[in-house]
Design a binder for this molecule. Structure first.
Ligand code: IMP
Length: 436
């Protein structure tokens, strides 16, 4: 049985939660490998809607071990709140495991994220203000506290006493207010002790769990948060997140080795969205954009911010497929485009009068890029009840086929509604190792 990675091919919010949920029945373990509570998964099962930020969506299945891997940054307050929410709805969270090596998001990280964003004034990244960047900074600076430190409150308090004065000075220099408690060593130490008691049964060496499940030939699913175009190194820097959502991130952040990965399923929407600042060549600011945003409920799960909406863009799509080594694709939210008379697909950019097919290496060039569009006729029919590609309107099939050709990877799952069953299964997924 394979190890599969699920990655977003756009700027996040591609519907990876639905993909994981759809595949969940056949997997034993779901591993989150990067990001933190900046992510948001919405899963709809019948009349129930679950919004998860940190806990892998596999938690909704009793047979799955949901793992938060070492590459994730964990805000214990959010995790505990999410546990409580799930428990109150009758979901068993006892199998959730959190890596001892995952870094903690502490109150001062959240305060710093907010303070930096305010200080940036007109150049904001538009972060989710969850402390993600500052927590990863401390990890790289070897100043961070890890989940294992929750179990040793005495020595953790001593380390906090060394770190917090520096954070206080930084917050002060950034003109932050209202941060006294976030840098109060006693207050934070008390939080840590309480979090440790609550999370103790869930803390584990998750690399060992992953490798033992792999040795038992179970099917593991590595669930990326955000999307390839928000990758710290490969996205549109600096308008990116501070981790590696691409498939390679599963190795460093999930505890799986590169040659153990059999399959990379890329997830994309039938159109594009982006939250926060940064270039978005195909952005729609007209009534069609508004219509897609409303029909597609394009509001952030984490921040409640309205997502920016645009046409699909082949330039980042081809780049993301290459970068992730995508072997199959799930295309989500095709139903949202029903009733739009003409659908545009950006096939290349025009930059300074020249046609460009590759994702630009310079942010300045990207800012000058104009979309070159191919036009597709739309379809009027409601498609939410369609369950086979052959039953889709011809114009919808044409559009899907064009996306598939551009991506150069088969679209094997196609979503026509939020519910788990509103999915067209075209073929079973081609496993990379089976092809060799
Ligand atoms: P951060 O991850 O909170 O530091 O935010 C950095 C950038 O990534 C901002 O543009 C956010 O809007 C974006 N971002 C972070 N998480 C998500 C997500 O789950 N979906 C979409 N955008 C996200």
């Amino acid at each position: 049985m394979p190890a599969s990675v699920i990655v977003g091919l756009q700027w996040g919010d591609e519907g990876k939660g639905k993909t994981t949920d759809f595949l969940a029945e056949q997997v034993s373990t779901v591993v989150r490998y990067q990001g933190g509570d900046n992510a948001g998964h919405t899963i709809v099962i019948g009349d129930d809607t679950f919004k998860l930020h940190l806990v892998p969506s596999g938690v909704l299945y009793g047979h799955i071990t949901p793992i938060i891997g070492p590459g994730v940054v964990v805000n214990p307050a959010t995790l505990i709140r999410e546990f409580d929410g799930l428990i109150s709805r009758g979901i068993d969270i006892s199998k959730v495991r959190v890596s001892h090596a995952a870094h903690l998001i502490l109150p001062h990280h959240v305060a710093l994220d907010k303070a930096r964003e305010s200080a940036l004034a007109g150049d904001k990244v538009g972060t989710t203000q969850r402390g993600i960047g500052p927590a990863y900074e401390d990890r790289a600076a070897r100043l961070g506290l890890r989940v294992e430190d929750l179990l040793d409150p005495a020595s953790t308090a001593a380390r906090l006493a060394r770190v917090l004065p520096e954070k206080r000075a930084l917050l002060d220099a950034l003109g932050a207010t209202d941060y006294a408690e976030a840098v109060d060593a006693d207050a934070v130490a008390a939080l840590i002790a309480a979090w440790g008691e609550r999370l103790r049964p869930h803390i584990a060496d998750t690399n060992d769990l992953v490798q033992r499940a792999y040795a038992r030939k179970e099917h593991l699913l590595f669930e990326g948060a955000q999307g390839a175009m928000l990758d710290l190194d490969h996205g549109s820097y600096p308008f990116v997140t501070s981790s590696h959502p691409i498939a390679g991130g599963a190795t460093t952040g999930g505890g799986i080795a590169p040659l153990q990965i059999d399959e990379v399923m890329g997830v994309m929407k039938a159109y594009a969205t982006r939250v926060g600042s940064g270039p978005f060549v195909t952005e729609l600011t007209d009534a069609i954009g508004e219509r897609i945003a409303v029909t597609g409920h394009e509001v952030g799960t984490t921040t409640g911010r309205r997502r920016r909406v645009g046409w699909n863009d082949a330039v980042p799509l081809r780049y993301a497929v290459e970068l992730n080594g995508v072997s199959s694709i799930m295309l989500n939210k095709l139903d949202v485009l029903s009733g739009i008379p003409e659908i545009l697909l950006c096939v290349a950019y025009e930059i300074d009068g020249k046609r460009v097919d590759r994702w630009p290496t310079s942010s300045a060039e990207l800012a000058r890029a104009k979309a070159i569009y191919e036009k597709f006729s739309g379809w009027d029919q409601e498609i939410t009840n369609v369950r086979a590609m052959a039953d889709l309107p011809e114009n919808a099939r044409r559009y899907v086929t064009a996306l598939e050709e551009i991506a150069g990877a088969p679209i094997v799952l196609l979503s026509v509604g939020p519910e788990r069953t509103q999915t067209i299964e075209r073929a079973w997924r081609p496993l990379r190792h089976a092809k060799r």
